[in-house]
Design a protein around this ligand. Sequence first.
Ligand code: PLP
Ligand code: COI
Length: 363
Amino acid sequence: MVMEKFDWENLPFGYIKTDYNIRCVYKDGKWGSLEVSSSEYIDIHIAATGLHYGQEAFEGLKAYMGKDGKIRLFRWEENARRMISSAEGVKMAAVPVEMFGEALFRVIALNKKFIPPYGSGASLYIRPLLYGSGAEVGVKPSVEYTFLMFVTPVGPYFKGGVTPINVMICRDFDRAAPLGTGNYKVGGNYAASLRAVIAAHESGYANIIFLDAKEKKYIDECGPANFFGIKDNTYITPKSESILNSITNMSLIEIAKSMGMKTERRPIPIEELTSFDETGACGTAAVISPIAKIFDPKTNKVYEYCKDGAPGPESMKLYNKLVSIQTGDEPDEFGWVTIVEKGKRQKAKDKSKKIEKQRDRII
Ligand code: PLP
Ligand code: COI
């Protein structure tokens, strides 16, 4: 295996072509077999429900290269389960966890040379996607679905990695409604967030904080990440029906507890921003992005953290512990990590060898 040559330390969070992706079609009430493709394109029906009615869901997870040369995945079954929940949320056929896993191990084995080296701060981002591919013109669920998984090497989502970011509270738009689809990872939520994200960027902010859509009193989602605040040795994160249940956040709650911190998941009123010692955004792409400033355009108030320009000590402890588990620098005391090399990868590798031989016949 020859490793691809990239400027790994300076990779953006963007798309880079890799060798293969995996696809599978659901038809006549059942999933077909996984197919390997080297094309970056899909052939899609002009009346597909994924295009017209937003029948679409995706996931995001990473494969990390350890110092020991082993490839690690972090809580991948949670991504598979969340994709099932998203599928149910927009009435799509769900991808069974086993099938998700098979596609995952296979796509990693086929694109091994794109996994960024240990210590580069980059990782292999894996993007599973599910959409209604059958034709309908009336508003109803498709009878046909396509599941695919591609990978791309990525650097940090926010420039500078753990360098603190400035964010703005959104007063003009909502990302999701309390009884809407904000708790599913469906494309429509991201489309709904774009006007706010662009407005924040144009005002010089890296990210946006949405408020609860009903009362505009509480912190909701923090762009493509969950929000957290820390004070009095307590890790506090919003409880809301319209935010995504972040796997990173769930894990940080467990890590915080293991470090002797208290944890609370509850509504966070905007005024409480004054009392936090540290705040941050967390997610697979964001990892932990500490927040330096939060600007509220309604009151012109600026909430400031990281006054010396450095991330807060508690956020750094959480960050270091999380990343050490993900890369295998510290033992996986929580049982969250799957090493791709053993067992399943072996299986995936064997299959992928066969597939590579057959690739002339594959789309
Ligand atoms: N919230 C939103 C809207 C997201 O897109 C993501 C990213 O997946 C998260 C939160 C963080 O979730 P996770 O930690 O599972 O990646
Ligand atoms: C992730 O954190 O994995 C995401 O999906 C965020 C984003 C790039 C949509």
